[in-house]
Design a protein around this ligand. Structure first.
Ligand SMILES: [Zn+2]
Length: 232
């Protein structure tokens, strides 16, 4: 019994001594500037996690104005573009976030757009209250990059598939292809402005099924972020 106790005390003393020696050794090595004792060396030993793609969405008109405003026969407001854009943006963030992306929503004239470097930027807008139907997407008019074109190809494939909307090219305006955001962000950031549909003719889809609309946007972005071999 007594010998057991003595033996245990000896073990504890030996363990504490070894621990002290180790601490003294590491501290000594650190003060001597040996690389293996530095924090960088230790974090370098940990398996590095793959970078989460940085996705930026612009909730069209947010922080600035309401965009297109539709009214009924009595002159009462029925739908505002900025609300539609925000509802879709929120749902796209949820989908892409679950898929492991780092997603942020910016205002229309967000100060962070200046020189922005991201893996992809999509600005969400909706078209006027007229009784037309269809979506449209545009990238930089001025010298688009191959990545801009790939992003456009992905959205042109995924968005109509999810929403059932057709491409409506006749109404692409100067505002879209000379979009102020394209001039602010870094050229390396693939970017697109997407008119989700017409508040008039596509109103029931845009306000009634924002999840389907968001799926179309998220599918287009995920298609673009896939390895090159899997892109259309
Ligand atoms: Zn708009």
């Amino acid at each position: 019994m007594r010998r057991d106790l003595l033996g245990r005390i000896q073990q504890i003393i030996l363990f504490v001594s070894l621990l002290l020696l180790l601490v003294i050794g590491v501290l000594g090595a650190q003060s001597a500037g040996l690389p293996w004792a530095s924090g960088e060396f230790l974090t370098g030993l940990l398996p590095s996690l793959p970078d989460r793609p940085r996705v930026v969405l612009i909730s069209g008109h947010a922080g600035n104005d309401s965009g297109a405003v539709c009214t009924d026969g009595a002159g009462d407001v029925t739908v505002m573009e900025a609300d539609v854009n925000a509802a879709v943006a929120k749902r796209v963030v949820e989908r892409l976030g679950r898929a492991g992306n780092d997603v942020e929503i910016f205002d229309e004239f967000d100060a962070r757009l200046d020189g922005l470097v991201a893996d992809v930027l999509v600005s969400l807008h909706a078209d006027s209250c007229v009784d037309y139907s269809g979506y449209k997407a545009a990238h930089r008019d001025n010298n688009p990059s191959p990545a801009d074109s790939q992003l456009l190809a992905c959205v042109d494939k995924a968005y109509p598939a999810a929403t059932g909307l057709v491409y409506h090219p006749d109404t692409i305006t100067r505002d879209m292809i000379d979009y102020h955001v394209f001039r602010k962000i870094d050229r390396s950031t693939p970017a697109l402005i997407l008119e989700l549909g017409f508040l008039g003719g596509d109103g029931p889809l845009l306000t009634g099924s924002p999840d389907r609309v968001a799926q179309g946007v998220a599918d287009g972005i995920e298609c673009f972020l896939k390895p090159a071999a899997e892109k259309p």
